[in-house]
Write a protein that binds this ligand. Sequence first.
Ligand code: GLU
Ligand code: ZN
Length: 297
Amino acid sequence: MYIGRFAPSPTGPLHFGSLIAAVASYLEAKTHQGKWLLRMEDLDKPREVKGAANDILHTLETFGFVWDGKVIYQSQRTEFYEHALQRLKSQGLAYPCTCSRKEIADSATSSGIEGAIYPKTCLKHAVKPNTYAAYRALTTDKNITFSDEIQGEISQNMAQDVGDFILKRADGLFAYQLAVVVDDAAQGVTHIVRGADLLNSTPRQIYLQQRLRFATPHYAHVPVANNMVGEKLSKQTFAKPIATRPPGHELFDALIFLGQQPPAEIKNATLDEVWRWAFTHWKLINVPSMRSICVSD
Ligand code: GLU
Ligand code: ZN
């Protein structure tokens, strides 16, 4: 049984970068006779843009995506994240931290893939009283290695490359890393196809899966669209929504970006015909590991 998913964050309208993740995960699921689930990652309320969630769903419908079951909203699932955190805490795998950003920057002695490694101050000393605490995952000198279907073998040392990462912020928001692991397990996701901007997060997620005794899904990280200055094509750097051109053209371009070779004449065919071509010819093996595109306007 194949269960795939698409998990957009409603921080803006669907853009070309997220369309690529949607198209790749959808075609991979459909060509394996699998399910394709949709999850709205709306945990970070301060970053959410009003109306973006509905806007994304509407755009997906316009493109002809058909998802299985009801859309799941992370904002309605905090009890499950709390439960997972409790399980980690009771095993001594998560601990409270009251350090400020500045204290961490001043006391850190090593850096990893995302900057300063947290020096475990709050593990060694009492936390500050009357201060909201964040929760961190206890990491050990353990290598997490996995084989990505597109990016090949990826390995990280949890303590040296990542350190004790945040599971719940001091303001009460659960971190993406914990929520995504809890939800992928709850939804029975077997295959994750998503943007390579999340490649560095995957070892943290596998680490949590192992600690929570969840199965580890298969991973395939598709290239992330870069603009000419090499910035990730994200809602921040490229706010232009994709709904401005005929969906068939956008889908055609997404397929090209994903290394597929649709014949030029179908670019002007109907959206249905582009999808039909894609269902018959989609091959994950043709997806390149990296790519850049030129964004002219
Ligand atoms: N919500 C994340 C994003 O939009 C994707 C999470 C995932 O696919 O694991 O970047
Ligand atoms: Zn601390």
